[in-house]
Design a protein around this ligand. Sequence first.
Ligand code: HEM
Length: 219
Amino acid sequence: MPLAASTPRLRRLHPWPIRIMHWINAAVMLIMITSGWGIYDDDVIIRGLHFSQTFRLGDWAAPSLLWHFAGMWFLAINGAAYLTYGIVTGRLRERLLPIRPRDVLESIKDTLQFRIAHDDLTVYNAVQKILYIVVILAGISQVVTGLAIWKPVQFAGFVALLGGFQSARVIHFIGMAVIVGFLIVHVALSLLVPRTLLAMLTGGPTLAPRHPPTQAAQS
Ligand code: HEM
């Protein structure tokens, strides 16, 4: 068998589908967050907490809702594509697992000592892995709780499971806060270690094939 036919193709750290989905997600998340703030301001959850017009997408609740409803399709479809791609190719598991308690302690120690240089871009540290898993779960939660708030009659059983309409709203709000908190840390770190940003734009270093060529293929 010719070698070229059986040699697995080299992989990039961030293959092009991941890069496209990541940047679509970043743009759509910004739309969802800022339009969400516009909707929130019409009927606040925390008394006294308002979002400045500067950071709101839409002049008032109605246009903000239009942005939110337009963005949700991109968020849900792009998110489903990211999860499907990650599960089918085994990439999600390879990048985000395992997380060992020893590694968590080690990377907390490194972070506290500002050792965030990230020498090997191809390995996420344990805290990074946890943050990515948390934000992925928060994204899923936003889509699901958003669906409950959007169609409370059709999903009455699910709304009841969440503790009612108002508590579904609060969970949706908490999900937003988790994502905004993640984004502040995530963007700050990627600016502090610009090599990671470049890798998310260009694909980054090449990785060893997932299944090394067999003896037969090599000879
Ligand atoms: C302008 C905003 C953003 C910037 C500049 C940015 C930057 C980056 C960079 C540089 C990486 C690679 C990290 C590394 O290799 O160490 C990355 C990965 C990642 N980012 Fe972002 N990001 C942004 C927005 C977001 C948003 C909004 C989310 C989700 C809410 C997100 C979720 C993720 C996840 C889950 C990964 C890991 C991707 C994977 O390997 O599958 N990012 N981001």
